[in-house]
Design a protein around this ligand. Sequence first.
Ligand SMILES: [Zn+2]
Length: 464
Amino acid sequence: MTLRKPRSRLKTAVASTVLAALLVARPGPGLAQDQGVSIIRDTEIEEILHKDADPVFVAAGLDPQAVVIHIIADKELNAFSTGGQQLFLNTGLIMEAKTPNQLVGVIAHETGHIAGGHIARSGAAGRAALGPMLVGIGLGVLAALAGAPDAAASLVFSSTYFGQLSVLGYSREQESRADQAAATYLEKAGLSGRGLVDFFNNFRYQEVFDDEKKYPFFRDHPLTDDRIGALATRVEQQPHYGAQDSSGSIDRHALMRAKLEGFLSGPGQTLADYPETDQSFPARYARAIALYRQTETEPALKAIDALIADQPDDPYLWELKGQVLFEAGRAKEAEPAHRRSVELKPGAPLLRVNLGQTLIAVGDPAKLDEAIDQIHRALGLEPDNALGWRLLAEAYDGKNEPGLARLAAAEQNFYLGQLLEARTFAVHAREMLKKDSPEWRRATDIILASRPSPAQLKELGVTG
Ligand SMILES: [Zn+2]
């Protein structure tokens, strides 16, 4: 099984230099003797996680929109939090949480670390390591790259990298405070604390393992009988201890797990776990994704169309349909599907990026203006979307706007944390853009933000 790599259409030699430079760009330190893991982006899954977690964030006094939930494509069981209210969940943990209440319990525990300021212990080094370079990759793109290591795979992070971020080794006292805080938040949100206790009990056996055999989560958050006992006693006393997961949240949880399995496990595994006899929506969804990953385009499209017939207003089904068509090299047919997903979910930047990418790939110069508009709107909502900037560079290249293309490339590198490359593109952009225009000034800002030495600034003729 080989899936196609994402295409990019290069019209001119200039374009290929710009894009080649972009594609060899690598995020962050220490890439990859190990297999590497990616941060994955998926509007549907992010929405599901927020729907379940936001009441807990609110109960903790946090602004749910300020908490960033990152999903790491890694089978290891782990969750951790870092400065800037960033919460990281491994897909392994999401898959191991058997109920929404278990998952939200773990999230509440991590929220306890965030709200309690326990992450401060990781110090400046941890925050600096994070920087602006945590660039996610679409689930579909990730699947398309499976077994096809190429330049775009540079968006894959070394798993050691996350390992270093997560090894904080909370003290026992911090662990128990986070547990107690979790119980408080869950109660306040009208949820039971039982799931967290169940989750810990499921992994109680890990307690007797040596550290290296334990899941990372239980290395950093050591389980003990006392700890589980104290938590259980507390949550059993809460008025909402008996609260059940709503049917809506059970359905969303099942859908999320099916989607993750479809994209991240081998298609054979997915088809075995979700056999034809299972006609539930999540099972049909997982099978459609597995077919797509086997490059069985027609059966995949048929399966997706059947799902759309049942749920015509589901933006993510249209997104998936667009993606299958796009990856099959059928950009023209992908366009209306992506357009429908944007109509159904206009506030979702990733869906607009998909549409913009498709409009570029259609290869009709008349569509480039709309591509630029769509990507700009996405970037207005999510300025650090590096893929959006890369596509914008491509679109401006197609429009023969070399200054704007280079500025977009500078932005892309800037948000990847590659300041030197960002500066190089910004310097070229500045030479081509109209002096004192907003774009020219933005290029200047990027140069200044790239931490040049005074001598370099002088050489460039840039003054603050
Ligand atoms: Zn903890």
